[in-house]
Ligand binder design. Sequence first.
Ligand SMILES: [Zn+2]
Length: 371
Amino acid sequence: MEKKPKRPTIPSKTREQLYIKAGGRCEFRGCNKYLFTDGVTRQPRKMANIAHIVSWTPTGPRGNENSEKLAKDISNLMLTCAEHNNLIDSNEYVDEYPVELLQQFKREHEERIYRVTGMGQEYGVRIVKMYSKIQNQVPLIGDKDVSEAIRPYYPLDAGINIDLTQVENIEEAQKQIKRTVDLHILSDEKEESYGIFIMAKIPYACYLGYVLGNKVKSEAFQFFRDTQDWKWRAGEFGHFTILKPTERLDEQQVDLLVEVSGNIDCTLIPEYPIYSVRADSPGFLFLQSKEQLIEFRLKFREVLSSIREIHGEACIVHLIVAAPNPVTFEIGKSIMRNIDPTILLYDKVQDDIKYKEIMCLHKRINRTEDI
Ligand SMILES: [Zn+2]
């Protein structure tokens, strides 16, 4: 070959930037070869070529009047393997690789590298905070406390707030919860994990769990009053027991009690056969660990299955809950829409007054009618 003018040296900063943008891989469409390790021996090597889309000289491949100007411009440079650098510059094939096509290769590759390396999804958690007024106070869920609770995971930049402090009634709260979940969580295609932080009334937490269901990965956290944080504790803590009635097994309606933070006064609930998932020692300090929550979920599912078997699919469950938010959330979440009977949720407005039905948490899907 004749001696050509000297190819300009690409500044090391520009080179470094290109390596990063290309993820150290050949940008020729379909190649993607990693250029810093030998493909066979895995020994560290540097086989990266920097190819010019518009040649650095007007007489070179795809060269034009801008050649000189673009010679060191990163937008005109492609990281390639030797093979593909050769191919796109070869006399034989150069016409098959016009400027626009190579720009497209570069753009596609760099966008993909950026997207793929940006995932890190397994360590990112999207935080959902839900709060309503409690005893006329607006509770605060602090960002720092949240970060500490989800370690070793990190909160993803934008969290989701469900602020129910202004809602007037339960229907309004349900609407707002459902709207937020549909819009910001179920429409999300990225399959993220959600960390749930609730400081709200029992029915709200229950309903949030219900609308989320198992459609996304979610985990609820609890605020510990004694240490004022949300960190689950490690260790062996109390268990749950299932209580079942021994008579009136042919009735079409049952009470289902969840007694975790306290006991439920049986004189204040509807008079049906009573099922219960009960903490061994109910109280505000009972729930301490994630493992307990998992045990609760299993027991709660077990009792719902028993009710269905014993009283039939068409029976109605009157659900009365005295439990912290993570348990309440878990109740809603573990309801299986296709098989569970109708569940009516009760709440107590005042002490010594009977529990009142406040929400149809789940309406049974009547399959025989559908056919
Ligand atoms: Zn290549």
